[in-house]
Design a binder for this molecule. Sequence first.
Ligand code: ASP
Ligand code: MG
Length: 440
Amino acid sequence: MKVMKFGGTSVGKPQRMQEVASLVTRDDEPKIVVLSALSGTTNALVEISESLANGDRNTAKQQIDSLHGHYQNFITALLKTESALHKANIVLNEHFEFLTIILKISFSEALNKDILAQGELLSTKLFCIYLEESGTDHVLLPALDFMTIDVHDEPQVGTIKVKLAQLLQKNKDKKLFITQGYICRNARGEVDNLKRGGSDYSASLIAAAINASVCEIWTDIDGMHNNDPRVVKKTVPIEQMSFDEAAELAYFGAKILHPASIWPAQTYKIPVRLLNTMEPTAKGTLITEEAGSVGVKAVAAKDNIIAIRIKSSRMLLAYGFLRKIFEVFEKYRTPIDMITTSEVAVTLTIDSDLHLNDILKELEPFGTTEVDKNQVIISVVGNEISQTEDIIKKLFGSIVNIPVRMVSYGGSPHNISLLTDAGHKVQILQQLNKGMFGLE
Ligand code: ASP
Ligand code: MG
């Protein structure tokens, strides 16, 4: 059995959704199809939720009506028959009525999660109506019946496996299953989600739970590229890479794959294929345990980085100093991305300013702190690159004119990261494209 996940742009237009239907019926292999919300929907739901949180019901009402209009046009173009349109209208009424009713309820975090879940519920139901209209046998598996997270918001593959196996067992004779990405149930049994962009994570968890032959992630680009196509003119897709390389790239800026989606596939040894809905015959990128080749594969940039330097003569010859500093970040659940140390100072980076003031306050007893906002991490990723001959010469040789604030080398053999001012991002990515890949 395989898993095929389609992102928001792949189902965002009626014609695209129809193409997805033909992609999932191309072959006979049993499959679970995981869908995101139509592109733009989750953002719209976030806005509706924000309006409600601010007590601005009029704005929320307008936002709901405009989203409803969008879906009305969508189904008209998607479906042909009266009866399918009738069913789709019932689905829209059900979900938009829910959104209208919540206008009258007082806002809460649980309600917010319910609002955010509407996108995936709608996309999968409409897709199923289209499949039915085209005479394609299928089953809708509600993600809320099997995708669960524990008290620490961590999905438990073991539990998902048992629940999913039961549901599949009930439909033994079926081959095509449709489910929602992103949404899940939390430990309190409430509707929750796997965080923005989490549909990839859903797909990978499902693939791990059913021991899938492959987890296909269908997007609007032909795989992971060697550089950011939005920033540099010429990029090339990477045919094969390891989970380790993919994890580095996904975490350090490649938007194509949610970073959390790597571990389930890697742990359960499920190959992941990144494919393009607009160009289904393109090879895309295959991610497996093996890297395929040694050497630099890609560069990526992670934006909105904050660097914090903590300087203290007490660090000299002391032990336990770093632990105390790390505990502050742990307390505020703020992950550290990069770290470099000297004997009297340590600099580390974070990607969220949510708790910055509290963190700085708690760091005060340890020394003086300096903060640089608007930084960007540039990561150069490739299997065993830290051992690749001349890598440093080539890397720094191609960016001699750009001031580098911090360097991380050797943490992982597959990654060298630099920190620089956000203003240098475009230039550094362009120069690395030329220097490391010979591409303009
Ligand atoms: N619809 C959700 C989002 O936009 C999940 C996803 O698309 O992966 O974040
Ligand atoms: Mg995505």
